[in-house]
Design a protein around this ligand. Structure first.
Ligand SMILES: Nc1ncnc2c1ncn2[C@@H]1O[C@H](COP(=O)(O)OP(=O)(O)OP(=O)(O)O)[C@@H](O)[C@H]1O
Length: 444
């Protein structure tokens, strides 16, 4: 590492330089903050050793100054042996660590070793984040459908508050993706985002998974555990399929939401957890309440902000942009950049009902990219059920109402058109009429 030593005593600069060189590090020196700032501009500095007492200056002011400028170089502060306050102050102002002066070289070596490990871990994390981002298609968190755009806007406006959010919608419509996006836009973004899938566990296991348990609380509880509520403390807890949560657990969840309190299974001690809850469901929770399967008070607590992710079939304006987005991603991944949909394939995508929503769209496009041999994806590259569905969809001559036919026709034309104006033109109606029809059909 190249280390900048900032100290007003020339003998300290000399001996520290010597000690660092023996540890295999390079160093540059500065006797005051002005020289230090110049060194930071001239050299690529990996870490700074900074004395609190810089003659007439306070070294910690220099630390605050560089942090304010956005410089995140790790700083280890030399503090007086007896001064706990300056150590605390240093950490508060953004120091990585402190070392009481005079120090022995072994202590400094230890701290630098820890710092270097921390930095390489940081590099690995950044690297992995970049890899993960590349491995996934870009998320489209904007919509050409006014109703969906309103849902995104509402969720993201609520992100910075601590309000609970309830995300409604069929399976595969992007409820989990939205919950994560809300977390990433919240003040809790650098804390944990913990998911719990409510239906995947029995009542006992779900309760213990949520709140943790103490040894012996039930058969098989061999040691104490902390639950996901504790893991999500200060972060976000995402309760997927909340509609499936057993009635017995609901009061405990309500207490967590209301009083931020809970107990581990088999434990008498009450604990606190500051979690923001985002819940998702594909069930009609109001119906579940009416049927006595879901507590009304919990329902109202959860739905402070309720957003709806509609089925993909109800997002005609987003269908092709989403399909193209997946195509670009998977084509790049397969080394087939430039791969396109043929005109027939576009029509097939538009005509299909997409019962599995975005999840199905993504899988179908990924599969097609792998299977296709030519420069364009053809309908034949789509799976069998895809063609069956296409056959059974609404068509003139089938036993369907005029309204249903009109609705289907409008949906397809909107999906094929670059704009609503263009769609209105094709349909031979004015745009205002199209707006009204879409609204009546629940497409807007
Ligand atoms: N905004 C988006 N942009 C691009 N792809 C998305 C988006 N939202 C979701 N997807 C894709 O759709 C798939 C399903 O999304 P997600 O798991 O969020 O749906 P869900 O509604 O939570 O499903 P389930 O109810 O089954 O849990 C994901 O794999 C993701 O790749």
């Amino acid at each position: 590492m190249t280390i900048l030593i900032v100290d007003d005593q020339p003998n300290v600069l000399r001996t520290t330089t010597y000690a660092l060189s023996a540890m295999g590090h390079q160093s540059v020196t500065a006797e005051n903050s002005r020289q230090a700032a110049r060194q930071l501009e001239a050299e690529k500095i990996d870490a700074i050793l900074l004395d609190v007492n810089l003659g007439p200056e306070n070294g910690l002011d220099f630390l605050s100054h560089i942090r304010a400028e956005g410089n995140l170089t790790p700083v280890i502060v030399f503090t007086a042996q007896t001064s706990v306050e300056s150590a605390v102050d240093a950490m508060r102002r953004g120091a990585y660590d402190y070392i009481p002066k005079p120090f022995i070289p072994e202590d400094l070596e230890q701290k630098l070793k820890k710092l270097s490990e921390h930095q390489s871990m940081q590099t690995k994390v950044t690297d992995l984040q970049a890899q993960v981002a590349k491995a996934h298609p870009t998320l489209m968190l904007e919509s050409g459908e006014p109703a969906v755009q309103r849902a995104f806007d509402m969720a993201f406006r609520a992100a910075s508050s601590d309000a609970n959010i309830l995300v409604l919608g069929p399976s595969g419509t992007g409820k989990t993706v939205l919950a994560r996006a809300v977390h990433d836009r919240s003040q809790r973004a650098d804390k944990a985002f913990i998911t719990i899938n409510c239906p995947s566990l029995s009542r006992e296991l779900l309760e213990s998974e949520l709140f943790g348990h103490v040894k012996g609380a039930f058969t098989g509880a061999l040691k104490d555990t902390w639950g996901k509520v504790a893991a999500a403390d200060e972060g976000t807890l995402f309760l997927d399929e909340i509609g499936e949560i057993p009635l017995e657990i609901q009061p405990k969840l309500l207490r967590l939401l209301q009083d931020r309190e809970y107990e581990r299974v088999g434990d008498t001690r009450t604990r606190k957890a500051n979690v923001r809850v985002i819940a998702a469901t594909n069930r009609d929770l109001a119906k579940e309440v009416a049927a006595g399967r879901f507590r009304e008070d919990l329902y109202y607590r959860l739905k402070v902000i309720a957003v709806e992710m509609p089925a993909l079939a109800d997002r005609p304006a987003d269908l092709m942009p989403l399909a193209e987005n997946y195509l670009n991603h998977f084509a790049r991944e397969q080394g087939r950049a430039g791969l396109r949909f043929s005109a027939d394939a576009r029509t097939a995508v538009i005509d299909y009902g997409w019962p599995g929503n975005l999840r199905e769209l993504r899988n179908v496009i990924e599969r097609a990219v792998i299977l296709t041999a030519g420069p364009e994806i053809e309908p034949a590259d789509f799976p069998d059920e895809f063609h069956e569905k296409e056959e059974s969809s609404l068509r003139p001559g089938h036993l369907v109402t005029i309204d249903a036919l009109e609705q289907e026709h409008i949906r397809r034309i909107i999906a094929k058109s670059p704009s609503l104006d263009q769609a209105a033109k094709t349909l031979g109606i004015d745009t205002a009429t199209l707006y009204r029809k879409r609204k009546r059909m629940g497409l807007a």
